[in-house]
Design a protein around this ligand. Structure first.
Ligand code: S3P
Length: 450
């Protein structure tokens, strides 16, 4: 079992880029495989989650060639051979690993096929709710059995079905649910509409537009007409702002620091973390250098004495994955930070309300836990602790950042999981920990280490 050992730093001066965006890499694998030709995908995230989705598409008849690999991790540049919406029955059940996005999007894709499939995942994924997708897909005529030990959970048995379009009002703000219904809608005759209660990340809609599949947006309703065949295109995945978030918090909370994160995705449905860190007192500039399709650019951040803030209700879906590390920033800030209306955190890779609250308390922070979030009174000095990630990549990485500000040596146990979203995190952590600042210190190594 691998671990991180982290001590406090006094300096952070660095410029680097983080690996490709996880959400976009899943979608590129799926839409590339559905397209009518050959698509080159660059800067694909070579993480276990995304490679599982790529392999799922291969098992469904859409092969890929690897153009470049990050040795020890996986493919970064690849060529996907699209099958013009015609998938074939896989020879075996499909492994989605740890990825909720992979499983939920693939379930939408497979709900309307004329062959059966089985999707399974690891213990964490097998305990996450799948009713949120089987309900709308069932309304479209899909026949999906959840055969997990826990009711409503994976493995999913997807029987052949012919889908009809629906209008579905989502009870929760979830991009995965929205995307599952839109992907299913591509195989239903007519107009399928999803109404979201709040804005969620819109990568599916943007990428569908890149593939010349038209969707219509009216207020919070997004519609798609079935029967369109995605046109093959090339796609470069920007860096993942959710991975950049760890370093942004480290720099924000350290007065005198300067960090430049390059070529990162700046989609406005993902950048609420920047607004929150600015409200907390960090000095930041965002420079968008390409705004066609997915905005991409650089973020420069300078550290300051942070102060607490309240997360707005409509920001929550926009920064849900960043809340563990925002909680760390809150513990380092003066005053109170209020994170409520975030019950969704309880059904992520772990119950992230409990894992964050327990971890912060173990390091000496003052935290109150609520069913839908937490309140953190920051400013108490953090001390080292041994934290178990519980197999959750974002918990492992968030507490590694906390360790950079704690007295003593913080040990994070069970850190292999970071490879599900951030291959090379430990290498970047090493460079930051040793206060290195040369660009070469941040180029990813050729061996996977967690
Ligand atoms: C994702 C959507 C989010 C996020 C997840 C990735 C996606 O979940 O937490 O890591 O790629 O669609 P929701 O479905 O709760 O929005």
């Amino acid at each position: 079992m691998s671990e991180f050992r982290v001590k406090a730093i006094s300096k952070l001066q660095a410029e680097f880029s983080v690996p490709g965006d996880k959400s976009m890499s899943h979608r590129a694998a799926i839409l590339g495989g559905l397209s009518n030709g050959v698509c080159t995908v660059r800067n694909f995230l070579p993480s276990e989650d995304c490679v599982n989705t790529l392999n799922a598409m291969k098992a469904l008849g859409a092969p890929h060639e690897v153009l470049d690999t990050l040795p020890g991790y996986g493919p970064v540049n690849l060529r996907i051979h699209g099958q013009s919406m015609k998938l074939s029955q896989p020879a075996a059940p499909i492994d989605c690993g740890n990825a909720g996005t992979g499983m939920r999007l693939l379930a939408g894709l497979l709900a309307g096929q004329d062959f059966p499939t089985e999707l399974f995942g690891d213990a964490s994924l097998s305990s996450r709710p799948m009713g949120r997708i089987t309900v709308p897909l069932g309304q479209m005529g899909a026949n999906i059995e959840t055969r997990g030990e826990k009711p409503g959970c994976a493995p999913l048995y997807i029987h052949p079905a012919k889908l009809t379009p629906i209008t579905y009002e989502m009870p929760m703000a979830s991009a995965q649910v929205k995307s599952a219904v839109l992907l299913a809608g591509m195989f239903a005759e007519g107009k399928t509409t999803v109404i979201q209660p709040a804005e969620t990340r819109d990568h599916t809609e943007r990428m569908l537009a890149d593939f010349r599949v038209s969707t219509r947006r009216e207020g919070n309703a997004i519609s798609i007409f079935g029967g369109q065949i995605p046109e093959a295109c090339d796609f470069t995945v920007p860096g993942d702002i959710s991975s950049a978030a760890f370093w942004l918090v480290a720099a924000a909370a350290l007065p005198g620091s300067r960090l430049l994160i390059k070529d990162v995705g700046l989609n406005p449905t993902r950048t609420a973390i920047l607004k929150v860190l600015s409200r907390m007192g960090a000095h930041m500039t965002e420079i968008v250098h390409s705004s066609e399709g997915e905005p991409i650019g650089n973020i420069e951040i300078h550290g300051a004495e942070l102060t607490g803030t309240t997360l707005f209700i409509d920001e929550i879906p926009n920064l849900i994955d960043e809340i563990p590390v925002i909680a760390v920033a809150a513990a380092l800030a003066r005053g109170r930070t209020i994170i409520r209306n975030a019950k969704e955190l309880r059904v992520k890779e772990t119950d992230r309300i409990t894992t964050v609250v327990n971890g912060l308390r173990a390091m000496g922070a003052e935290v109150d836990e609520f069913e839908d979030g937490m309140e953190i009174t920051g400013g108490r000095p953090l001390h080292a602790a041994t934290i178990d990630s519980c197999g959750d990549h974002r918990i492992a990485m968030a507490f590694a950042i906390a360790g950079l500000f704690a007295s003593g040596e913080t040990v994070i146990r069970n850190t292999e999981c970071v490879n599900t979203s951030y291959p090379g995190f430990s290498h970047h952590l090493d460079a930051i920990r040793h206060e290195r600042s040369q660009a070469s210190d941040f180029s990813l190594p050729t061996q996977a280490t967690a």
